[in-house]
Write a protein that binds this ligand. Sequence first.
Ligand code: HEC
Ligand code: HEC
Length: 512
Amino acid sequence: MIHNPARRVFLCAAFCATLAGLPVAFAAGFNLPTKRTDLSDADLKRVEAVTRPASDFSKAEPYEAMQAGAATSVDPVTQDSFSHISANIPFEEEQNFKLGNALFKKLWVSAPSSTQASDGLGPLFNARSCMSCHVNDGRGRPPEGGVSATSMFFRLGRAAATPEEGATIANASAVNFPDPTYGHQLQDLAVPGLAAEGKMAIRYAEKTVTLAGGETVSLRAPTYEVKDLAYGPLDPSTTISPRVAPAMIGLGLIEAIPAADILAHADPNDKDGNRISGKAAIVRDHSTGAVTLGRFGWKAQNATVRDQSAAAFSSDIGISTPDRPDAHGDCMQAELKCQKMPTGIQKRLGNEEAPGPVLDLVTFYSANLAVPARRKASFPETLRGKELFYQSGCISCHVPKFVTRRDAAENAQSFQLIWPYSDFLLHDMGEGLADGQQVGHASGREWRTPTLWGIGLTRTVSGHSFFLHDGRARNLTEAILWHGGEAEKARDAFSSLPKDDREALIRFLESL
Ligand code: HEC
Ligand code: HEC
């Protein structure tokens, strides 16, 4: 089945008009905080001062190299640079991090098995462990040249087709609707005796872009298809969204950014007229049922690290947890054989394949992976690149700094000056990057600004330099040149820079 952009435009025409107007009203209707409540007035003033964008590029800002505050790791740069514990986690909690790490690496097996505490895999799945996709806690990549498809998958879903379904999405009870046969995700693996759903197929077409000074860059535009479908065709209204696994660093700190400070950057109706809107993702926190701000995933569809982890256990590995209790994971009623496969539930251990403590430990691990300190932050070329990053308008979305909540759930995450280079908001990135898939309040053209901290260590940690939600960019320059929509002006500013300046901007990114 071919991913057909024409069709999604048609589908969108009916409902996006209604949905487009909703988020503002709903963000307000959902009563999200507009002002921080964790600080005294004096502290609020201090926070405003330290988070103000830089204006002096002759030297590095104070603390700039420690991009995750006291949680920053200053260990030497190696392939394990993303796998260290946040530097300020108390010694007593290191054991939980180690246990969480073991569970993150644990290979789940199919039920029934003699190793009862590890069974329950699938029946349909994409990988047997968290680490298979988040290799070295780094980012995934598209399959190519003999590398397997593991760390990338297709999300499946269709937009609302009736006003009732539209209301379900608007009130964050669902983000979209599953394919009736294949569910919310294409699982390309299955336990013995069961057919996997199908395989991803990717084709690239090269197109040339010319930059100032005549240098040319070739971008590869992907086309996505599903082949070898085992249970019949996909529904014609199902859209495909390709995703690679993001790096796992600094996630607990992101969770500790006050919602009010993220919402302060939102401008859904572009009142300031800079052609950059920035829209909050409004989602449901599945462990509390509350409607709140989405922060994680390429479309900010998950509110917390715990929610994202429970979703991964369920859809990626097929393991149930207290937050996602269906032991059959993403297998649909139409997949009868899958529904009848044995589960890994051991009543003496609980009602789920991975009981509460397992989810708690994996969440703790995932939330406390340290962000490495910057390299060469005060080198003249880096500072020049930083200035150009600011001047090109990149910081309209890649917001440099935040100060985390004083009342964060973990002490180690409390009141830290952090430099994630993201506003955690959704932006229309143009037709070139569009996947046509609505996810909650994110349209088929919108993506959450990704963080940039650690991006310069991608090759060291992950052994490749594929960027963007589907890894189509083969280096940082290509990633910038794919920016469209709200980011078109910034992209053009970059393309018009003299070669030396473009290189300085890239050096700045590499220092993050
Ligand atoms: C099959 C590959 C795969 C497996 C297995 C997997 N992940 Fe992921 N992970 C992804 C992808 C792809 C994303 C981006 C998801 C999206 O945007 O919808 C992601 C996103 C995340 C994020 C959010 C990161 C961010 O910056 O927003 C967290 C946290 C996470 N995964 C934790 C886990 C945990 C914990 C496990 C094991 C229980 C796990 N993942 C297993 C592929 C995987
Ligand atoms: C309108 C908001 C916006 C502006 C302005 C913007 N970006 Fe981005 N940036 C994004 C979004 C959203 C993505 C993710 C797009 C995707 O994956 O499809 C992204 C992705 C990236 C990535 C790849 C990140 C990754 O993890 O793969 C880099 C690098 C990047 N931007 C750099 C820049 C630079 C440099 C500029 C200025 C020239 C800039 N961006 C301007 C929103 C923006």
